[in-house]
Design a protein around this ligand. Structure first.
Ligand code: 5CA
Length: 170
């Protein structure tokens, strides 16, 4: 449960998470990375481990549009409507990046991809639905690490664009 999560000193974190912690600090984010005893590999795992709503989990998903990577920070309650989203943006179709490509562009493995702390910043889209929650949880670089944040903070630290990722008229 959230109340039981302890914030370890940064040097105790896994190597991948230290990079995320440094990136967070460099943009002035107060939330600290926690290493959980349970899995946070998927949004469902993270919600169960943290004891929060699945919608308050941030899935950090890498897609390719015309082979260019783009990071979509989606609420765990949404399955990104790639066709609709690409149409809204006037972009070439979006396809999900394969695991090797995800690792190359983020330096992190699927299940632990964080919104930042990547070798090069990625163009980022932020699901507006994350604003429904006063606090959301994003991965901290590994499948057991998370940090608390907000929709607005994610937009700020990624230089991202907030928009719906599913057609909400449906
Ligand atoms: N640690 C949690 C958030 S705290 C997390 O990473 N959740 S996630 O939803 O962003 O990560 C799992 C996502 O990885 C899945 O939703 C799926 O979109 C993606 N994924 C899983 N397997 C593959 C795969 N083989 N290729 C590409 N993407 C995949």
């Amino acid at each position: 449960m959230q109340s039981e999560t302890s914030v370890p000193p940064e040097e105790m974190l896994p190597e991948r998470s230290k990079e995320v912690a440094r990136a967070l600090r460099s943009v002035g984010v107060p939330g600290e990375i926690r290493e959980m005893s349970g899995s946070t590999r998927t949004a469902a795992d993270a919600a169960a481990t943290l004891g929060c709503e699945i919608g308050a989990i941030v899935a950090s998903l890498v897609f390719l549009s015309a082979d260019q990577p783009v990071l979509v920070l989606a609420s765990g309650r949404h399955r990104v409507d790639t066709r609709w989203l690409a149409e809204q943006l006037g972009w070439a179709p979006l396809e999900q990046a394969k695991p090797e490509r995800v690792r190359r562009v983020t330096g992190q493995a699927i299940g632990g991809v964080a919104p930042l702390g990547h070798p090069e910043p990625l163009p980022t889209l932020v699901d507006g639905a994350l604003a429904d929650y006063p606090r959301v949880w994003a991965a901290g670089g590994t499948p057991r690490t998370v940090f608390p944040t907000t929709h607005d903070e994610l937009v700020r630290v990624t230089g991202g664009r907030s928009l719906p990722v599913v057609d909400e008229r449906e």
